[in-house]
Design a protein around this ligand. Structure first.
Ligand SMILES: NC(=O)c1ccc[n+]([C@@H]2O[C@H](COP(=O)([O-])OP(=O)(O)OC[C@H]3O[C@@H](n4cnc5c(N)ncnc54)[C@H](O)[C@@H]3O)[C@@H](O)[C@H]2O)c1
Ligand SMILES: O=C(O)C(=O)C[C@@H](O)[C@H](O)[C@H](O)COP(=O)(O)O
Ligand SMILES: [Zn+2]
Length: 361
């Protein structure tokens, strides 16, 4: 069994990402090595808990912990304050104190909500990320963005709160439904498109093996993605500057998720649509060319992701975009493609003009 580690360097908040196949049963040892002890609440959902909680529980008990399960309903539409309250209820009923900790076992929805609960319960208890979707393994479990949605905007309530460790077992992806797997590929494309041209070429050349979930291609894609994200987060933990590049494709992507009520499109699908439009907008600004746009669209298509921006009136898009976290008085910070593997950030006052490039009048 080959196990890789990737460091997320953040001073006294530094941690390791441990990545391998069939390593879920090492969670107990990992928590021991972090100096954690006592009661641990494992936050999961009604899909993931029946698949993986038992293995996690056995490993934790063998290492001397007292695990309890907090099982939430499944879905992006539950990433809200009502579900967050269910976590707090479980933590209070389970008697978790400041010597306890929490494990997020599931996809990005569980990771974001459990992380926010850990950040706020008793003003903060430690937590460990055990991501079980491709998207959460390559993106959401790393970097400490935690939070919930509001009906008027994605992730509007949240905190930067780093985990103590991330344990990625790619074997858990064996049970992941195809559409969810493809959604994870959407965020992987993002890293290549704006941060690493060689990685983008690797994705173009390995689309087949990746679609077949070939373990070698998959482990390389997950490891590269985590390394890229770790580097960006280490440079700019709280998105004062370069970290905003990780929002490539998200301005329109988040708007699509919000307008469609957090159900019609998966996050990675919405990001894929947003990346294609962001490339077209970037070309309009003169930052990238036809070939860059064509390569992004071709890879999105090859990896089975949607391309079409859903049509809503411009006013609906404008209302949602006005709540984007990158909006300031000086305009919306738009993340542009500046040629494959490169980015440029541009403040845009006239958001309507961006929408017109996308065919939204
Ligand atoms: N914090 C961040 O930096 C960050 C980054 C990217 C995305 N996100 C957030 O992550 C969320 C999307 O995460 P996601 O794509 O993981 O969705 P998700 O958490 O909804 O999981 C997708 C589906 O897969 C199921 N599932 C999870 N693991 C499984 C497994 N191993 N086998 C079978 N089924 C499994 C889940 O129950 C769910 O039905 C969005 O809310 C997005 O905003 C956050
Ligand atoms: O980690 C980041 O920074 C990201 O932007 C990663 C994104 O893929 C992710 O979807 C994140 O949740 C978006 O954050 P938000 O601050 O734009 O809500
Ligand atoms: Zn994202």
């Amino acid at each position: 069994m080959t196990v890789e580690t990737i460091d997320v360097a953040l001073g006294d908040r530094s941690y390791k990402i441990t990545l391998g196949a069939n390593i879920l049963d090492t969670i107990g040892e990992l928590c021991q090595s972090l100096g954690l002890s006592g009661t641990v609440a494992v936050v999961s959902n009604s899909t993931v808990a029946p698949l993986y909680y038992d293995r996690v529980r056995v490993s934790l008990q063998a290492a001397g912990f007292r695990p309890l399960l907090i099982e939430l309903p499944d879905g992006e539409s539950y990433k809200n304050s009502a579900t967050l309250n269910l976590i707090y209820d479980g933590l209070i009923e389970g008697g978790l104190d400041r010597g306890s900790f929490l494990i997020a076992l599931g996809g990005g929805v569980i990771g974001d909500m459990a992380g926010y609960a850990a950040a706020t319960y008793l003003r903060g208890i430690p937590f460990v990320q055990v991501p079980t979707t491709l998207l959460s393994q390559v993106d959401s479990s790393v970097g400490g963005k935690t939070g919930i949605n509001h009906e008027r905007g994605k992730n509007l309530i949240g905190a930067f709160y780093q985990p103590k460790a991330v344990l990625i077992d790619v074997a858990t992806l064996d049970t992941l439904p195809e559409r969810e797997y493809l959604s994870g590929l959407g965020e992987i494309i993002k890293y290549g498109a704006v941060l690493d041209g060689e990685f983008f070429t690797f994705l173009e050349e390995n689309a087949g093996p990746l679609l077949d979930r070939d373990k070698a291609a998959l482990i390389r894609a997950v490891a590269c993605s985590c390394a890229i994200k770790a580097r960006v987060v280490s440079e700019d933990e709280r998105e004062g500057g370069v970290r905003a590049v990780l929002n490539y494709g998200h301005t329109l992507g988040h708007a699509v998720e919000t307008l469609t009520g957090y159900g019609a499109f998966l996050h990675g699908e919405a990001v894929a649509i947003g990346m294609i439009q962001a490339a077209r907008i970037s070309r309009e600004f003169g930052f990238c060319n036809d070939d860059d746009c064509a390569r992004i669209e071709a890879l999105v298509t090859r990896l089975g992701l949607p391309r079409q921006l859903p049509v809503y009136p411009a006013d609906s898009y404008l209302e949602v975009l006005s709540h984007d976290k990158k909006v300031r008085q000086s305009g919306l910070l738009f993340i542009c493609n500046a040629g494959i593997g490169h980015y440029k950030m541009e403040r845009v006052r006239d958001i309507g003009a961006l929408l017109r490039v996308c065919g939204i009048q």
